[in-house]
Ligand binder design. Structure first.
Ligand SMILES: N[C@@H](CCC(=O)N[C@@H](CS)C(=O)NCC(=O)O)C(=O)O
Length: 214
């Protein structure tokens, strides 16, 4: 398997967490999506992912899988233990609801392509766009707080074990923190995040993580 990864991408971080939980280590191909490099827009990578987005996975039969959630569910099928979805149908639906609430309804608003469109096509200067990403992140995570709190009884977002919901949640919370968004009043969400920060699979795959020298 080959994994097209980008250290600073939160969608790729989701896949890194899933790979770590599964104990899988495919060949990693770094793609720099930022600034001048913009390798995701170059023909070599567009041939892999026509959406021009990271991550992407190529399986052992050379089939390309795009979209982080589809990749994670694929990994869950080829390596079923530990399962990344809860045991009951209702909890599986909740895990997917939380993951999709973040992946579909928060994350896209903060991506480089959207920032480029606001700045270049709509000619909005940084003073006018400063509140853009924080608005979508904060309002979206408020809804996720209610989804987590409504079920209660964690310690993870959708039950007793880490699932797809947690895999999508922590990367988005890191983006919120980079944007200096205060989430301290979202007590159910922050309790789950504190628990996730005790797990090496979530911590050591984070953007910018450097192992502490021995
Ligand atoms: N829904 C996609 C989102 C992928 C995505 O937006 N990736 C970002 C990095 S986090 C990207 O490649 N952005 C490039 C750009 O916006 O130009 C997924 O979950 O894989």
């Amino acid at each position: 398997m080959k994994f097209f990864d980008c250290n600073r991408s939160s969608a790729a971080y989701r896949v890194r967490i899933a790979l770590a939980l599964k104990g899988l280590a495919p060949e990693r191909i770094p793609i720099d999506i930022h600034g001048e490099a913009a390798e995701h827009l170059k023909p070599g990578y567009v041939a892999v992912n026509p959406q021009k987005l990271v991550p992407a996975l190529v399986d052992d039969d050379d089939r390309v899988i795009t979209q982080s959630l589809a990749i994670i569910e694929y990994l869950d099928e080829i390596a079923p233990q530990p399962s990344l979805l809860p045991g009951s149908a209702a909890d599986r639906a909740l895990a997917r609801s939380i993951a999709l609430a973040i992946a579909c309804d928060i994350h896209p608003f903060g991506t480089p392509r959207v920032a480029r469109f606001l700045a270049n096509d709509l000619q909005l200067d940084s003073a006018r766009t400063a509140g853009w990403a924080p608005h979508w992140i904060r309002s979206g995570l408020e809804a996720v707080e209610d989804l987590i709190a409504r079920r209660g009884n964690g310690p993870f977002a959708a039950g007793a074990t880490p699932t797809l919901a947690d895999i999508v949640l922590l990367p988005q919370v890191l983006v919120a923190e980079r944007n200096q968004i205060d989430l301290s009043d979202l007590t159910a969400l922050t309790a789950v995040v504190a628990k996730l920060r005790t797990l090496p699979e979530f911590v050591e795959t984070a953007p910018g993580f450097q192992p502490v020298p021995a």
